[in-house]
Design a binder for this molecule. Sequence first.
Ligand code: GAL
Length: 683
Amino acid sequence: MICKRLQFLAVLAILSVPAFSQAPLPPQPRTPPLLLGAAWYPEQWPESRWDADLSLMEAAHIHFVRVGEFAWSTLEPSEGNYQLDWLEHAIRLAEKHHIAVVLGTPSAAPPAWLTTKYPETLRTLPDGRKDQHGNRQQFDWSDPKYRELARIIATKMAERFGHDPNVIGWQIDNEYANQSYGEADRIRFQDWLKAKYKTLDNLNARWTTAYWSETYQDWRQIPIEETYGNPGLLLNWKQFVSDEWRSYQKNQLDVIRAHAEPRQRITTNMMGWFDAYDHYTVSQDLDFTSWDDYVGSGHLDPVRNGATHDLTRGFLRKNFWVMETQPGMVNWSADNNMLDKGEVRAMAWNAIGHGSEAVEYWQWRSDLNGQEEYHGTLLGADGTPVPVYYEAQQVGADFDKAGPVLAGTTVDSQVAILQDYSSRWAVNWQRHNKAFDPIDSLLSYYRPLHRMAGSIDIVADTAPLSRYKLVVAPALNLLTPDAVKNLEAYVRGGGHLVLGQRSGMKDEDNGLNPQRQPGPLVDLLGARVEQFYALEKTVPVSGDWGAGENAIWAEQLGSLKPDVQVLMRYGKSNGWLDGQPAAVTRKVGQGTITYIGMELSSETAAQAAKWMLQQAGIAETMPGLPEGVDLAVRTGEGKRVLILTNYAAEPRTITLPKPMENVLEGGTVQSVTLPQYGVAVLK
Ligand code: GAL
């Protein structure tokens, strides 16, 4: 293995130095195209132990460790007393083992001296109590003193390690999550509103505050609300929270950028569908995005998990990292079962298939004490490998084999699904039927489309769309003027747009549009939603996509222009819906706009997806893919790589469209047979 690493360094050397150059090579960090990592906490262990850890990591083909993200009390044991030598030692020792380092800034875990001396930095809980030391994330994300202290420690780290050849990147903080609800936070929110709305008359009008005498005469009267407030107030608080996380992050990012070489790329670890803030807002300053991929109870749903990777890739529309994942099990779920043997490896390949460049296990070794004693690890508390270590080792060996083949590739999709935080928030505040889940709604489109069209991008409604043949917007409840312009231009430019249930109901203040759904897109569609219905029981639907049952939500479409085609109709139900249009479509030049008012149930989903792909001229990627087999495709200049994984309990044989190189097993094959959780990478 070490031999292979030397070969890799030699190739890098040849590639990076012009033939005429006599200059000595700068030290090369070990960053192969696919990285296996572990979250390592050297601050918890005597230095004499580190070499044993790093040797075991090297033997597992681990390429990087993430270090430091909760180590503030070790990095600065008292105010202004910076202790970074231990970190330098850890980085140097890792380097000896050919293991690169991602540094985490420690602001997610403020030390006790800090919160004692500056109690104003503690966050205020929704009930008005102050958080306290002893957990983590007890800080107020908006507090200037906290930001100052976090900025100083990030500066110290960046000054010391910004040119370190073995440091390849930075993670700012850890899993932004908790906002604060104190008096000072409220004042900052009110000031933010003032900067946005300029006058109270404007705010009052746009929020319709005459309703329930909510009218504000002074900015200081405006409260914080998160559950049953004025919809405009609810939305603006979330947008403020998002902007605050962005500036909280920028506070550290700017000092790291000022001191670090650009090759040290900066990220933060996000949490998939978590919606406490708008991830597009927070991502825009980062070099790349990453997320923490945990199954919790049960087993991997490769489609939902794949969609979450696509979501994360969509924040910046480029490859991303899995910054944390479970070595088999977690400790925080209801039932912390172990993933099956083989499933951890399948899960790693699920990430790579959807555009990840790294998979990092949280965590390397069990802490001897602390809140997470039961969590899955690669080493036990005794410091020797637990069984899943050997599976991670296989993942590392896979990555070393497949890395060169996947280098320079990404996911290239013809289909985009739009995802919008304001729309998700808006629906979740007023679900109207508690079973209506915006993520399930999105996945009802994602599942069949992914199966037939392979890769899917999940992007914002303001993302550039012209490169997609098909754009689907499930539950795009809230439409900003920018989104409307973007969607209209897409359709008029020949694109095929499908709007799902609940689309186009709200304006940018989370108020009702004065037109019926889909609001500003009614004219383009040539039809509208006459009424929506939260369903008590299922309603039959039938038409071009066959027959099925529609649950949870139904929208009655009507006022059709003559050139609008009805695709599906409701059967007998509450009288109002009987025989009424459930899905309609209209040609606009070379493009089309379609509205689906019914739920895409499993009966109709496959047919609907087939129809959408036909309309858009997209061929199925691999027709006849056996049930339970997941296909991912990555492409790059002159490269097309297929990743096939079998999640069915029985072995599956997949016939390939042509003979391909079997990257992991060797040889050229025309078909592959995979056991459960078996993976094939084919070029
Ligand atoms: C993550 C967190 C890690 C660890 C892990 C356990 O959310 O970032 O520090 O707590 O969960 O699953």
